[in-house]
Design a protein around this ligand. Structure first.
Ligand SMILES: Cc1cc2nc3c(=O)[nH]c(=O)nc-3n(C[C@H](O)[C@H](O)[C@H](O)COP(=O)(O)OP(=O)(O)OC[C@H]3O[C@@H](n4cnc5c(N)ncnc54)[C@H](O)[C@@H]3O)c2cc1C
Length: 370
């Protein structure tokens, strides 16, 4: 069987690796438009739960990643100069480039054929085409899938910084023009991701749309001066964007199937885009374990197993993203502890009982002070 994978992000590389390991006689080819050492952004973050599935399904990958990751046992909310720690909410992070290059090495060793620097205009000829080509998927655009996109109104930009943060932190700050929030965490001993977000009205008033990259960074450095400790913000093709909530009514068309961000986006506030891309890849591979070379049967099994899980998480991520759409009002309405509690219960998945079990220290404080 010949398998053509479009896109060498986390989803495409992991599926290619697993498929080739499953059947060494299958020809697995990955085509990527960028060079092997190019990537957008800085680090990616995984919750402890997200890593548990990797340990279960790909223990060798998990062991190698765990040794390279920055980890911490709690999350922090900073508001009105007060820091609230939420115990039990642990995360790990790694540089996206390191993650991608490690997957490339494993693919090469397994015998996956990879071509870089080649942008495909149409799906390649193959018995199975895997569209792992991200949010603006060419495969999705050419094969009659039925995508639905809803744009969030907030603006965000993905920077890095050499400031070292203790843990995954959400910092809320006011400027003369309105409210800002930064999502930040270290992903290596020397670098941190620093995503800045604000509502559309604040972005307009601040004139951020008319600023150069350097001026925009300087503005954000002033807003978060207390948090950056004198370190600059670093760009990497960093542009102000709006987040698209993307979903697909149809998951496969003929011999083409979508996985990862091509299939659906997952708002970065639940930090699960890469995790879901990995889980899609694992689920698609497992569908072939059952179906052998029967592509239609495998694609039907993939959708049957995966769709309910994805839809549940998509709804939670959407609820989380809507919380961010209203964050300036929430900042005005709550002190730091109140905002942290409101944040933790935002997706509707976290009851007080569950939160007491996960974050007993935090909930004791909530009970005492409310
Ligand atoms: C601001 C921001 C912060 C984020 N933070 C996190 C986080 O902390 N943790 C997390 O887990 N996720 C995070 N994500 C999400 C994460 O980056 C994605 O969900 C994840 O990369 C999806 O993997 P993928 O393989 O599906 O797609 P991608 O990583 O987008 O890979 C797709 C690949 O396909 C290639 N490609 C596209 N079209 C073609 C073509 N026609 N021909 C050849 N190649 C093509 C692209 O160059 C790319 O390499 C964040 C996203 C954003 C925007």
């Amino acid at each position: 069987m010949r398998i053509g994978v479009v896109g060498a992000g986390p989803a495409g590389l992991l599926f290619a690796l697993l498929a080739k390991r499953r059947r060494r006689d299958w020809q697995v080819e990955v085509v990527e438009q960028n060079p092997p050492d190019a990537t957008f952004g800085f680090g990616v973050v995984f919750s402890q739960g997200a890593l548990a599935f990797l340990e279960r399904d790909t223990p060798d990958l998990h062991a190698a990643l765990a040794a390279r990751m920055e980890s911490w046992p709690m999350q922090r909310i900073v508001h009105r100069d007060e820091a609230i720690d939420i115990d039990g909410n642990g995360f790990s992070a790694i540089a996206r480039l390191q993650l991608i290059q490690f997957l490339q090495e494993l693919c090469r060793a397994a015998g996956v054929e990879m071509q870089f620097g080649r942008r495909l205009q149409a799906p390649p000829p193959a018995d199975l085409v895997v569209g792992a080509d991200g949010l603006n998927s060419m495969v999705r655009g050419t094969q009659g899938f039925a995508p639905r996109v809803e744009w969030l109104s907030n603006k965000f930009v993905w920077y890095g910084t050499r400031q070292r943060f203790e843990c995954l932190t959400l910092t809320f700050r006011e400027s003369a023009h309105g409210a800002f929030v930064a999502h930040h965490y270290r992903y290596s001993p020397h670098m941190s991701t620093f995503i800045v977000e604000c509502d559309a009205a604040t972005w307009q008033r601040a004139g951020l749309g008319r600023m150069s990259d350097a001026d925009s960074r300087a503005y954000c450095e002033r807003v978060f001066a207390a948090d950056l400790g004198g370190h600059a913000l670093v760009s990497n093709n960093s542009m102000w964007r709006q987040f698209p909530l993307l979903s697909n009514a149809v998951w496969s068309a003929g011999s083409c199937v979508l996985i990862g961000d091509a299939l659906r986006s997952m708002h970065f506030s639940i930090g699960s885009g890469t995790r879901l891309a990995f889980e899609d890849a694992i689920a698609l591979d497992l569908a072939f374990a059952e179906a052998g070379e029967d592509v239609p049967r495998a694609l039907a099994a993939f959708e049957r197993e995966r769709r309910p899980v994805v839809e549940k998480l998509f709804n939670a991520a959407s609820a989380s993203s809507w919380w961010y759409e209203e964050f300036p009002a929430r900042m005005r309405g709550f002190d730091a502890l109140g905002l942290a509690y409101d944040y933790m219960t935002r997706s509707g998945r976290m009851s007080d009982e569950r939160l007491r079990a996960v974050a007993p220290g935090f909930m004791t404080r909530v009970k005492k002070e409310s």
